[in-house]
Design a protein around this ligand. Structure first.
Ligand code: FES
Length: 257
């Protein structure tokens, strides 16, 4: 059930350049059913600007009542959010979106999780879930440069993890697709979240595989009001899907990237 709650900040820290990890405590944690869902965060208590931002959930722990978000400090809204301190309460609406499908049928299966930049966070909660289901997750994480890498150790604790950077300052130089080729990674199911170019490349490369893509980067308002997130449906000139409310996760081929 979607709820609105003033969640308590229990920790908030910069984990890479302009990348923040924010952990809340509250009842909303128990409502999060699938990795890949997101929340809508009111970044400031000031009347103006009345800003909310969609932020992906990296991990939810219903027993502990905690929700961990990871976001990039980019524009005005996320800069205000980055200034919020431990002990403050933040108005949050969620969970929103459909999330990644994952069930018992994945037991014993090889699953590849490919993330690019700020598309990496939702794959963390997904990987924890896949591991708990008995699947074998392998992670391929792409970043711009060494200072923007985060959660490498956290992913390594779950399964094999490869890191690429565009400038080669750490890990393999190149993109996640280069790593998949270089290490000849094989898998039954692929889950990916990141820039549209990365998702397009993965969709084209593995037409015969089961592939799920999270189009988070396409999100604007996050609540179905701005139409910034609309994607067309292949073969249907009038058909469209909204990333925020129909997604953000789609099966490969379901929408035009
Ligand atoms: Fe605004 Fe989807 S992000 S309508």
């Amino acid at each position: 059930m979607i709820r609105k709650e003033k969640l308590l900040i229990v920790s908030h820290r910069e984990i890479a350049r302009d990348i923040f990890e924010l952990t809340f405590q509250g009842d909303l944690a128990a409502e999060i059913k699938r990795p890949g869902q997101f929340v809508h965060v009111k970044v400031s208590d000031a009347a103006v600007p009345l800003l909310r931002r969609p932020v992906s959930i990296a991990r939810a722990d219903a027993a502990a009542g905690t929700i961990t978000l990871i976001y990039r400090r980019g524009g005005e809204g996320t800069a205000l959010l980055a200034a919020r301190k431990q002990g403050e309460r933040v108005d949050v609406i969620g969970p929103l979106g459909n999330g990644f499908p994952a069930d018992d049928s994945l037991k014993g299966r090889k699953v590849l999780l490919a993330g690019g930049g700020i598309g990496v966070p939702p794959l963390y909660g997904l990987s924890l879930k896949l591991k708990a289901l008995g699947a074998e997750p392998v992670h391929v994480l792409g970043f711009d440069t060494k200072s923007s890498v985060f959660y490498e150790k956290e992913f390594e604790a779950i399964g094999e993890t490869f890191v690429s950077t565009v400038d080669g300052s750490t890990g393999t130089k190149g993109f996640v697709t280069d790593i998949i080729d270089l290490f000849r990674l094989n898998f039954d199911t692929l889950y990916a979240c990141g820039p549209v170019q990365m998702l397009k490349a993965l969709e084209m490369r593995f037409p015969e595989k089961e592939v799920y893509l999270s189009l988070e980067e396409r999100m604007g308002c996050g609540i179905g009001a701005c139409f910034a997130c609309v994607c067309h449906v292949p073969g249907d000139p009038d058909g469209y899907r909204k990333v925020c409310s129909d997604g953000p996760v789609f099966k490969a081929g379901e929408v035009v990237l």
